[in-house]
Design a protein around this ligand. Structure first.
Ligand code: ATP
Length: 245
């Protein structure tokens, strides 16, 4: 449905041992778009994101195709996917607690440093511009940050890799409503810098507000998709995902 998608996923089957968690799900992300996957606990949202990023756990096996800018990356290692412009921010954030905020950010540019890229840390001003709070706390150990600041740091670290596509797993998880609003504002600003974003969320209301296009995943299948504004007005979506907040 998109003329020139940056990401195309089709017929994705992922099994953990004998149990299949995704039954042929697919999606597309257009360049510079925010696309969201919403759905209940256990629907397979994280599985989908990890499969796309090349970060499935050892007991996970995959069938299907994942194309980044038209190229099949199904057998490409996770580091090489990062080199090709895709970067995952996992639900667990994976920060280094005893290291400073700034050193955590620098780790995000480590691949570029290793590749002897000139200006490997050139995203730092943008990150500090998006997250002034991180600049203020740049010498503080990451482990002393609040939940919202940790999510900002995880996002900032991913940006240091200068990705064209960000994969965000539940960025609002465990955050207070005000902080969730702030994080979603930043996600929309990130899109304005030209990054495409695939966003997995249980907070359907916030996700549909920020996104251009949305998929509803239930027990391993895409059951509904459409422009986010349209899904936000769909009676079934309202009933199941937007009714109670
Ligand atoms: P949540 O929002 O709760 O994280 P989700 O939609 O992201 O849910 P997944 O975490 O992708 O869902 O899980 C999909 C299914 O796969 C669940 O039934 C889960 O128990 C199972 N599963 C996930 N990871 C593993 C694993 N490493 N080994 C075995 N089963 C797994």
């Amino acid at each position: 449905n998109i003329a020139d998608p940056i990401l195309e996923v089709s017929e994705l089957h992922v099994a953990y041992g004998k149990v299949e968690a995704l039954h042929g799900a697919g999606l597309q992300v257009g360049a510079g778009q925010i696309v969201t996957v919403i759905g209940p606990n256990g629907a397979g949202k994280s599985t989908m994101l990890n499969a796309i990023a090349g970060a499935l756990p050892n007991n996970g096996s995959l069938r299907g195709t994942v194309r980044l800018r038209g190229q099949d990356i199904g057998s490409v290692a996770i580091e090489a996917r990062v080199a090709r412009g895709m970067c995952l921010v996992p639900e667990t954030r994976e920060l280094f607690a005893s290291m400073s905020v700034e050193d955590n950010l620098l780790l995000g540019s480590y691949r570029r440093y290793q590749a002897r890229e000139r200006g490997y840390a050139d995203q730092m001003p943008l990150v500090y511009d998006l997250f002034p709070r991180l600049r203020e706390r740049r010498r503080q150990p990451a482990g002393t940050l609040s939940g919202g600041e940790r999510q900002m740091l995880a996002l900032g670290r991913a940006l240091m890799a200068k990705p064209q596509l960000l994969l965000l797993d539940e960025p609002s998880l465990g955050l207070a409503p005000l902080i969730v609003r702030e994080i979603f504002h930043i996600i929309v600003r990130l899109k304005q810098t030209g990054v495409a974003i695939l966003l997995v969320e249980q907070n359907a209301r916030a996700a549909l507000q920020a996104a251009d296009y949305a998929y509803v995943l239930e027990t391993g299948d895409v059951v509904l998709e459409g422009p986010a504004a349209q899904l936000a007005n769909d009676p079934k979506v309202i009933d199941t995902y937007l009714g109670l907040v």
